[in-house]
Design a protein around this ligand. Structure first.
Ligand code: AOF
Ligand code: ZN
Length: 380
């Protein structure tokens, strides 16, 4: 069913879609290419929620290419996600494709958004357009793991990020951890943060490390120049503080970007009075250990966040994995040995069989300066 040209054009659309990785959320990254006689006459990608969808950019460019006429006969549109059929913040792309007289539409993957979910494809077919679905489906889905998962399960895609020595330690016994990994890894973490809707950490990490947990434009390297800093979102900084211990003297309060405090008890009114306006708070139930119940946390975050990054100590990272909320782990491994007194990477139960340990698959391995970054899929 697919010609080499089809595959080339969809690959190009996927490449375009990836340009939105840092800016589209909570919308998915989508790319679109319009061809006539196997030549690209229009292309575009979704840049920002509220802004035009990928198809609209590509159609506008194609119209200009053919000299301003609205009718684009004998054309094929390649779209990485099923064209939308609903009026959201923007009108339906399926309608725009029909209006412009596109002849054939190639779709990589169906849009799992319940408001679309096959309706876009149906609208196009009912208008007499040939629609071919499934070209580079895996590749196109992988651009939006969070959007795809959340639309299907109402839960966010969860990545556990860790930095460790060769002997799997995250700090010396006295808590000193600056720096285990090198500048290249730390810059990569900044990019990772910039791609996520929310970062989650525990109050212990905040009390010990006093982190900022923000995206620092000057550390993003080429990315900041390429995107223009104004377009970069700051992820929501989520602090799990079951006993409401955190005070606004923590450094993260002094950085103006959203914070969500999640506790099982209330904070004193005197404390709440000191919070800047970008701080919000929710109370959730505790689990059997008195910690914030992760089921409640992820159900809450799943209402608005596609992808969540866990940047926490061994206990929270371990719970997220053992309670089967983790989809992926990114491990920055430094060529250092910190010794057996150092802090452990992940707290897990005392397993008695190999069958019981978490099942992990290596997806990608990359050198970053002197460190190695492992991307690992966690199977539930
Ligand atoms: C497309 N092309 O480029 C994107 C689509 O609020 P809106 O109007 O921006 O709609 C957002 C929804 O539209 C989003 O949840 C997803 O289902 C779809 N995204 N669809 O045809 C695009 N970004
Ligand atoms: Zn659309």
């Amino acid at each position: 069913m697919w010609s080499i040209k089809d595959t080339e054009c969809m690959s190009r659309a996927i490449k375009l879609a990836r340009k939105g990785l840092y800016t589209t959320r909570p919308n998915p990254c989508v790319g679109c290419v319009v061809t006539r006689d196997d030549k690209i006459i229009g292309e575009g990608f979704h840049i920002k929620a509220g802004g035009p969808h990928a198809e609209v950019h590509a159609l506008a460019m194609a119209v200009e290419h053919v000299g301003g006429t609205d009718k684009l006969s004998n054309t094929t549109a390649y779209v990485t996600l099923e064209p939308c059929s609903h009026y959201g913040r923007t009108p339906p792309c399926a309608e725009a494709l029909i209006k412009h007289g596109i002849t054939r539409v190639v779709v990589a993957v169906e849009d799992p958004n319940p408001q679309v979910s096959g309706r876009g494809i149906k609208m196009l077919r009912e208008a007499g357009i040939q629609v071919d679905v499934g070209l580079l489906k895996e590749e196109a889905s992988q651009i939006n793991p969070g959007f795809m998962k959340r639309m299907q399960s109402s839960l966010p895609w969860v990545t556990v990020k860790m930095a460790a020595s060769l002997d799997g330690k995250t700090a010396l016994s006295n808590g000193v951890s600056k720096w285990i990994t090198g500048p290249e890894s730390r810059r990569d973490v900044q990019r990772l943060r910039a791609r996520h809707c929310a970062l989650v950490t525990g109050v212990e990490t905040v009390l010990i490390d006093d982190p900022s947990l923000n995206v620092r434009h000057d550390e993003l390297g080429y990315l900041a120049d390429e995107l223009g800093c104004d377009e970069l979102h700051q992820p929501l900084r989520v602090i799990l503080d079951s006993k409401a211990r955190l005070t606004s003297t923590a450094k993260l309060f002094s950085i103006e970007s959203p914070i969500l405090l999640v506790s099982c008890l209330d904070y004193s009114l005197a404390e709440q009075d000191l919070w800047p306006e970008y701080v919000s708070h929710i109370r959730l139930d505790s689990d059997a250990n008195g910690r914030v119940a992760l089921a409640e946390l992820f159900a809450y975050l799943g209402q608005s966040c596609n992808a969540v990054l866990i940047e926490a100590g061994a206990t929270l990272a371990g719970s997220v994995i053992t309670e089967k909320y983790a989809d992926e782990m990114i491990l920055y491994q430094a060529m250092k040995i910190l010794g057996s007194a150092g802090r452990n990477l992940i707290s897990l139960p005392d397993y008695s069989t190999m069958a019981a340990i978490p099942s992990i698959e290596l997806i990608d391995e990359r050198k970053l300066g002197d460190d190695t970054r492992l991307t690992l899929k966690i199977r539930s």
